[in-house]
Write a protein that binds this ligand. Structure first.
Ligand code: AOF
Ligand code: ZN
Length: 376
């Protein structure tokens, strides 16, 4: 009995270890799988000398093929009798390819360990049912929260019809996010800045207010060596269409999309000039003189974007917070002070809103990084 219990505990530990590895692998295609989540599968077998990975797959760029068939292909005959670790319940529907649940069964997989459950009506519960009906042992919900966190954009888009919103803030040691009228001011060091570029690579879209676009002339691209092609779409809240055709955003519109959220007040000639430079528009309604965020976010999700990072400025950040539309706060706390003429952070870094909890923290160079997620 005691031995049985310790074996179960040992297996549970092995399952958590391989699920954690699968979750890390799933990060590879974040921001690259369109409306599909970036899912990973590991095929693991144990022929007596301990568990060995014999197949790996991540949802392909563009969203297909899914993770499972790729991992099964790599494993080949070694899949027979093996365990499959999947970060999301395997699909049960006939899309362009047969259901992944059936593919796992035909390959002779003996055990499936799943992470997050899939809210997709075509899949929810059915994927696991197919596996069980085929005689496989199924363990659901291993590291479910961690798996779901990695595909939060997909889950929020499915359930709320809007993208997951991450508010990114860089706050100086004296609680400022910049200096009035000075454009971009360095608050964090080079390591933290590279981390922000990595976050840009993993997100579908970045959003700033027109005030920040005019004052800072930011490019908002990913400029990490080798990841330049992974720049997200750039969205500006620009109700009246004030963005300059000579701004860095517009000048790079053919390399990574630029979308302006405008109302009917935007001047037609200005819009035409911007359109000629490659800019697209999200025609949005206004509410009390501002772009209506819920409608805008619905449009963004309808265009297939599941993750949105709000990068500035203070007014835009406050607007998203007031509307209850922030799911995650990515807070960089710089070691430098700004002093006179500083623009105060919309959030006190020591007092996050009560419905947010600290998920992880790290140090990047001299700067502290803290990530909070909404609990309700
Ligand atoms: C899996 N493995 O790697 C992914 C899954 O349009 P389709 O046919 O690609 O289906 C999209 C749905 O497939 C998506 O809503 C989600 O339920 C699932 N994603 N499933 O078995 C994968 N990416
Ligand atoms: Zn599938």
């Amino acid at each position: 009995m005691a031995r049985g219990g310790s074996q179960v505990a040992r297996q549970a530990e092995i399952d958590r270890r391989f699920m954690a590895a699968a979750i890390r692998l799933s990060r590879r295609h974040l921001g690259l799988t369109a409306t599909n989540p970036s899912v990973a599968t590991l095929i693991v077998r144990d022929d007596g000398d301990g568990p060995v990975i014999v197949g790996r797959g991540v949802t392909a760029i563009g969203g297909r093929p899914h993770a499972e068939p790729q991992a099964l292909e790599e494993a080949g005959e070694l899949a027979r009798g093996a365990t499959a670790y999947v970060t999301l319940e395997p699909c049960a529907h006939h899309g362009r390819t047969p259901p992944c649940a059936n593919a796992l069964a035909s390959a002779g997989i003996a055990r499936v360990v799943g992470g997050a459950s899939d809210p997709d009506d075509r899949v929810s519960g059915r994927g696991y049912a197919i596996l069980r009906d085929a005689g496989m042992e199924v363990v659901e919900g291993v590291l479910a929260d961690e798996a779901a966190d990695q595909m939060a954009g997909y889950l929020i888009r499915s359930l709320k019809k809007r993208p997951e919103v991450t508010l990114k803030l860089a706050v100086s040691a004296d609680g400022m996010i910049g200096r009035l009228g000075e454009g971009q001011v360095a608050i964090t060091g080079p390591v933290a800045r590279r981390q922000v570029h990595l976050m840009r690579a993993e997100t579908d879209a970045i959003l700033v207010g027109i005030g920040t676009a005019l004052a800072d002339d930011p490019e908002l691209t990913c400029r990490l060596p080798g990841l330049e092609k992974r720049s997200p779409a750039r969205i500006v809240l620009d109700r009246t269409g004030r963005l300059s055709p000579h701004s860095k955003l517009v000048l790079s519109a053919r390399e990574a999309p630029v979308l302006l959220a405008v109302s009917s007040e935007a001047d037609a000639d200005r819009k035409a000039a911007l359109a000629a430079a490659g800019v697209s528009f999200l025609a949005t309604e206004t509410f009390q003189g501002r772009i209506a965020l819920p409608e805008l976010l619905e449009d963004i999700a309808a265009q297939g974007m599941a993750t949105l990072m709000v990068e500035g400025g203070a007014e835009t950040a406050r607007y998203f917070l007031e509307e209850g539309l922030v799911d995650r706060i990515a807070l960089f706390r710089g070691a430098k002070t700004i002093g006179e003429g500083g623009v105060a952070s919309p959030l006190d870094p020591d007092h996050m809103p009560p419905d947010f909890r600290l998920l992880r923290q790290a140090r990047f160079g001299e700067d502290l990084y803290q990530e909070f997620t909404r609990t309700s």
